[in-house]
Design a binder for this molecule. Structure first.
Ligand code: UDP
Length: 320
């Protein structure tokens, strides 16, 4: 299989590239390095079957050529991180909506399979936990930029499913739940690398809000293994899959675990959302996937526990 990974120099994309190359596939990456980094793929340079293009997916002649040369597209290029989304809303919406539009249009011309990376963020404020793929989504008002991200990714899903329905473009949509691991940066607000960096630097661990909000952190290796397994599944076409761990943890408990595992003396401090992001910021109170559907399809089971994941991330930060 010849895979094209958009956003392939990003955190998840670079791990996926490694996994696919390890499975004997060839991999071509396109990334504009806006949030990705060349360092993430530098070790793959020169490896048989690997190539990369530093450009935006919105450069249509370049993208068309790459699409022509592949069998399957993993579309991971997107604006990521709540901080970036709040601070650069125009870029978020344009990258997510227009970028996906371009990828689907060119994939459709050549009838290439597209695996679209979506996000658990699309469930918004829904309290119907655990979230099922066919459950309702509950987004906040348009004056709160956080919801622009969820809405832009939901639009990607609508468009991909529309291509499947109208043009039989083979698409598979995967909603990722808080993927973590080495190479993820805390620069755009992600909590695990932020807490680990703070704990190792002896700085306060900044818990936003009251810390009762919960997430399920998923090991990047589990995520990319599932992504690799999905592409060949005909029965997955035109469907949406949750992909994540079901081990739920509150953000305050996460801070305590990072502190204990690093042996850090850092204090844990509360930061109001208004100060952390912007006035009136709304968070998701709980986020837990129902993974029945992906388990039935590929036998997916998250292998890494939260403590194992945190230990691997801590080791990664220590060796850097
Ligand atoms: N968070 C926090 N401190 C930080 C960064 C994030 O308490 O330094 C919180 C954030 O408000 C959210 C959770 O941790 O409730 C997960 O945030 P992240 O940005 O990693 O992912 P999200 O699930 O919000 O997309």
């Amino acid at each position: 299989m010849r895979a094209l990974i958009t956003g392939g120099a990003g955190f998840i994309g670079s791990h996926l590239a490694e996994t696919l190359l390890g499975g004997g596939h060839s991999v071509s990456v396109i990334d504009d390095l806006s949030t990705g980094s060349f360092d993430n793929i530098a070790h793959l340079k020169g490896r048989a079957g690997f190539s990369y293009t530093i450009d935006t997916i919105m450069n249509e002649p370049v993208l068309a050529e790459l699409v022509d040369q592949c069998d399957v597209i993993y579309h991971l290029a997107a604006a990521v991180g709540v901080r970036l989304i709040v601070e650069a809303p125009v870029r978020t919406i344009e990258t997510n909506v227009h970028g996906t539009e371009v990828v689907l249009k060119h994939a459709s011309k050549k009838q290439r399979t597209v695996v679209v990376a979506s996000t658990s963020e699309v469930y918004g404020k829904s309290d119907d936990v655990p979230f099922r793929e066919d459950g309702d989504i509950a987004l906040g008002p348009t004056v709160k930029h956080r919801w622009a991200y969820a809405c832009s990714k939901a639009m990607d899903e609508f468009l991909a499913l529309a291509y499947w329905k109208e043009k039989r473009l083979p698409v598979i949509i995967v909603r990722l739940f808080n993927t973590v691991g080495p190479r993820q940066t805390g620069r755009y607000g992600m909590v695990v690398p932020s807490f680990v960096r703070q704990a190792l630097a002896g700085e306060p661990l900044t818990v936003y809000g009251d810390g009762t909000q919960s997430r399920c952190f998923t090991w990047v290796g589990d995520v990319v293994g599932a992504l690799a397994a999905l592409a060949g599944r005909r029965e997955a076409l035109g469907r949406v899959y949750n992909l994540g761990s079901t081990e739920e943890v509150s953000i305050r408990a996460l801070a305590e675990r990072v502190k204990a595992l690093t042996g850090s003396a850092s204090p844990i401090v509360s930061v109001p959302y208004d100060q952390a992001y912007e006035s009136g910021f709304e968070d998701m109170p709980r986020r837990v996937p129902d993974i029945t559907r992906i388990r039935a399809l590929i036998g997916f089971e998250p292998k890494a526990s939260l403590d194992e994941i945190l230990q691997l991330v801590i080791d990664h930060h220590r060796t850097r």
